[in-house]
Design a protein around this ligand. Structure first.
Ligand SMILES: Nc1ncnc2c1ncn2[C@@H]1O[C@H](COP(=O)(O)OP(=O)(O)O)[C@@H](O)[C@H]1O
Ligand SMILES: [Mg+2]
Length: 137
């Protein structure tokens, strides 16, 4: 399945909702794209539309933030600061994957050798100040 759409912040909620639809029962969702392309902003909108009521922050420093939505755990990772597979082991990355919880992963590149399960990849591209384009594979 291939899906591509351009959107502004005014339209991000609509995009988040259609992504939730596309994601369906896939647990691993990878977000690729340059710094500032909008990965965190899009994941925040997805989490909000999945029902997260609390304040959603970027896991840049925490590496992973967890949310509980109607008894289902969702992990939001930002692997930007992870520089080796050893560091991934230290945070117990594989255990998170094996737990079967939904994982949204920014900067998944370092972890690709551990990501073998069925996953969806969302690539975000900066078009201009207000507009981004996502490509979903
Ligand atoms: N259409 C858009 N979609 C997502 N972010 C946008 C959009 N237009 C502007 N922005 C801004 O771009 C920035 C994206 O930052 P962020 O989501 O932290 O990026 P990343 O997580 O990819 O580094 C935010 O300041 C956001 O407000
Ligand atoms: Mg980010």
């Amino acid at each position: 399945m291939i899906y591509q759409v351009k959107f502004t912040l005014d339209e991000i909620e609509e995009v988040a909702k259609s992504l939730i639809n596309e994601i369906n029962d896939v647990n691993l969702i990878l977000f690729k794209g340059e710094l500032g392309s909008g990965k965190t902003t899009l994941i925040k909108s997805i989490l909000k539309n999945l029902g997260v009521k609390e304040n959603i922050t970027s896991p840049t420093f925490s590496i992973v933030n967890q949310y509980l939505i109607s008894n289902r755990l969702i992990n939001h990772f930002d692997l930007y600061r992870i520089k080796s597979l050893t560091e991934l082991d230290v945070i117990g990355f594989e255990e998170y994957l094996e737990s079967g919880a939904v994982c949204f992963i920014e900067w998944p590149e370092i972890a690709m050798s551990k990501i073998i399960d069925n996953y969806i990849e969302i690539y975000i591209k900066f078009i201009n100040e207000k507009t981004r384009e996502i490509t979903l594979k």
